[in-house]
Design a protein around this ligand. Structure first.
Ligand code: EPU
Length: 352
């Protein structure tokens, strides 16, 4: 366990927001996390667990919490069952490195999730998803440490209570209706994925179907889909190492069939997808785009010009966007989408 004082955080969040932590603790093993939890120095202090910092907006100059930076590494095959390869990754590994490694080993199943920013430990928190696959579709189990007791524990998929960009790790204890939320009190140390031996390509998304037709490949391999997803994402999402951002800034909202019919009557072009439970998901990017926000800038915060769902850092010459500027822009977008469509957009990143 490595402890730093007055640590700068600009390089620890993909928005590139300038902020610092009065205490930053680097955890390189689950034992480090347990030592941290047991230490009287940190007990009772608010802890901010940081993975790749790809899904958060830092709004203060100095973060009012001890920052626990997860740096546990390791990628390995832990088990082979009749139907699955079970692979395990340390929470501090980059998610994309796990995807690239598993595909290269011949274990398909994660390729649609290529280039999702962030670390392995952050992936279950918001049940990352892209191109028709969500983490929960491949999830086996995870190991975590309870910050209140220092105890290590394991959760299976049902215990994680996954939903759309949601899990038990996003709900405060006692605040999820079942008194079981783990937000702020559990740290994920390792994640195991069950990758199917009878692998089948997942090509339900229009973008992937188009690419398949262009390439003229009837039966693509996991490696080919991995390459296509990388190309599609690079074409429409900004690379955080070039333009700071936190991926999709808002969740895609769901409405009832009646609400959707009402919106279609006024806005016939609204992009919508029927969900298995009968509700309808609307494309937040389309709603924001329709309100004219694409490419706009407020202060040093901007709306990406190729995908209106992504807010970006337009700071330059040593000046960075502040968390306050990002949130001001986010609120202005929420207001115009509400005024035009009657829909409240919910931010996806954690606001600290
Ligand atoms: N659209 C517009 N204008 C825009 C943006 C989108 O008209 O500026 C339209 C598109 O033409 C398309 C629809 O909206 O018809 C949906 O857009 P897209 O396919 O880009 O997907 P999305 O719903 O905006 C979601 C995820 C992404 C994920 C993609 C692909 C959420 C909040 N976002 O975006 O996840 O990569 O699908 O599966 O669910 C992330 O979470 O950070 C992320 C990037």
């Amino acid at each position: 366990m490595l402890v730093e004082k007055n640590a700068p955080l600009q390089d620890c969040n993909t928005f590139g927001i300038v902020a610092s932590a009065d205490t930053l603790v680097r955890a390189r093993s689950a034992a480090d996390v347990q030592t941290f939890a047991a230490s009287p120095v940190y007990r009772g202090r608010r802890t901010l667990v940081l993975g790749g910092g790809s899904n958060m907006v830092l709004t203060g100059d100095v973060i009012d919490a001890v920052v626990l930076k997860m740096e546990i590494t390791g990628l390995r095959l832990v088990e082979e069952t009749e139907r699955h390869w079970i692979v395990e990754a340390g929470a501090g590994e980059r998610w994309h490195d796990l995807v690239a490694w598993s595909v290269a080993q011949g274990y398909g199943g994660l390729e649609n999730l290529a280039l999702v920013p962030g670390t392995v430990g952050a992936a279950p928190v918001q049940n990352i998803g892209a191109y028709g696959v969500e983490l929960q579709d491949r999830f086996h189990s995870l190991d975590a440490v309870d910050l209140r007791t220092g105890e290590a524990f394991t959760l299976n998929a049902a215990q994680c209570a996954f939903g759309y960009r949601d899990s038990i790790f996003k709900h405060a204890p006692g605040n999820d209706g079942r008194g079981m939320g783990l937000a702020g009190c559990a740290v994920i140390c390792a994640v195991r994925l069950a990758l199917p031996k009878s692998w089948k390509p997942e090509l339900g998304y229009l973008d992937l179907q188009r690419r398949q037709q262009e390439e003229g490949v009837a039966a693509p391999t996991a490696q080919q889909i991995f390459d296509w997803v990388c190309a599609i994402r690079r074409a429409k999402l900004p690379d955080p190492s070039v333009i700071g951002n936190a991926g999709s800034f808002f969740k895609n909202p769901t409405v009832t069939e009646d609400q959707c019919r009402d919106i279609i009557a006024r806005e016939p072009k609204v992009v919508h997808y029927p969900m298995p439970d009968g509700s309808i998901k609307l494309a937040a990017g389309w709603l924001i785009d329709a309100c004219g926000w694409k490419g706009k800038t407020m202060g040093h915060a901007g709306v990406y010009d190729k995908q209106a769902l992504v807010l970006v850092n337009r700071g330059s010459g040593g000046v960075s966007v502040t968390g306050g500027e990002v949130m001001t822009l986010a609120r202005a977008i929420q207001t115009s989408v509400y005024e035009r469509f009657g829909i409240r957009l919910e931010p996806e990143p954690v606001v600290v």
